[in-house]
Design a protein around this ligand. Sequence first.
Ligand SMILES: Nc1ncnc2c1ncn2[C@@H]1O[C@H](COP(=O)(O)OP(=O)(O)OP(=O)(O)O)[C@@H](O)[C@H]1O
Ligand SMILES: [Mg+2]
Length: 368
Amino acid sequence: MEYYPNLILDALKHVVHPGKGKDIVSLGMVEDDLRIDGKRISFSLLFDRANDPLIGSLKKACVKAIHSYVDEEADIEGNIYVKVKPKAKPVETKALPSVKNIIAVASGKGGVGKSTITSNLAVALAKAGYTVGLLDADIFGPSVPIMFQTEDARPVLEKIEGKDKIIPVEKYGVKMLSIGYFVNPDDALIWRGSMATNAIRQLINDGNWGELDYLLLDLPPGTSDIHLTLVQTISITGAVVVTTPQNVALADAVKGVSMFKSKNINVPVLGLVENMAWFTPAELPENKYYIFGKDGGKTLAEKLQVPLLGQIPIVQSIREGGDNGEPAALNEASIIGLAFADLAQKVVERVELRNAAMPETKIVEIKK
Ligand SMILES: Nc1ncnc2c1ncn2[C@@H]1O[C@H](COP(=O)(O)OP(=O)(O)OP(=O)(O)O)[C@@H](O)[C@H]1O
Ligand SMILES: [Mg+2]
């Protein structure tokens, strides 16, 4: 008698997988490599694992089914092979795999100089030879376009590997994205929280950031939905908390530090930056006036046992640089340029120590 494939498959439909209660044909376990050569029949069975305990008994059951339903003289014994299902490709879970370190710059209190510190730190890192990105995460009060005088920039979309990607704006060696490039900030003010969190996710995931040593996040003040969205979207290497020396700011800085350190967020705190540590007039650069109190940030860092990364004075050129889109750190030879270069160096050191001592920060799971 001549065999034909359907006859064999019909026979195999009598073989029921004991665990799954269905026949092996409907379970898709019979591979489509069935070969018939005279009386010789061969095919493969597909299993999840190479050591599946049912391999032996199912093979036997197949031989039996073919002998009883097709032909008892069929040559099948020893011709049933086993294939293992290829493992599903692991889904890329890490957002921004090409970014080495993601640093969040935060504060408890508003207006302490987060955006100023972030912009200057970005410039100082770029000057030191690192590849740097800057994400303005302050959806309701973006500052990056002003601080880099890129308000008129309109990032373009490019199709990369079939996906629309946003090409960041680049200035002073820093790649930047801000909601300010896409909408009028006053329009964003009336957004619901979900629109803001979607916007931030899009800037992260759709930004064509490329290979970066550092991606800095300029956060909104305090704690917000944006903070939560960020820790749920990307693995933040560490946080830098900015404070000014006066008591109200210090009290809020404590809250900022404890938010990152809290069990469910668990982002390492790289250290504190004391901004507006003293006032120095341009004409009397040696004079220091401690108008917000002396060493408030330094003392707090000791108390919280986190490193003090730097003390940045109040200087007119810092404010002017912020307003004119020319971060003061661009002027490397100036006292301020040196202060930011030093801050950049400290941040790099802390990041390297952190990376040597701890695993990657876990992305916070979204609880449903
Ligand atoms: N060290 C400094 N010397 C002089 N001016 C400064 C200094 N730091 C910040 N400023 C000025 O203070 C103002 C507030 O700073 P900035 O916008 O950076 O604060 P912020 O913490 O980002 O504020 P927000 O909480 O609104 O995001 C800006 O005009 C900035 O130029
Ligand atoms: Mg800001």
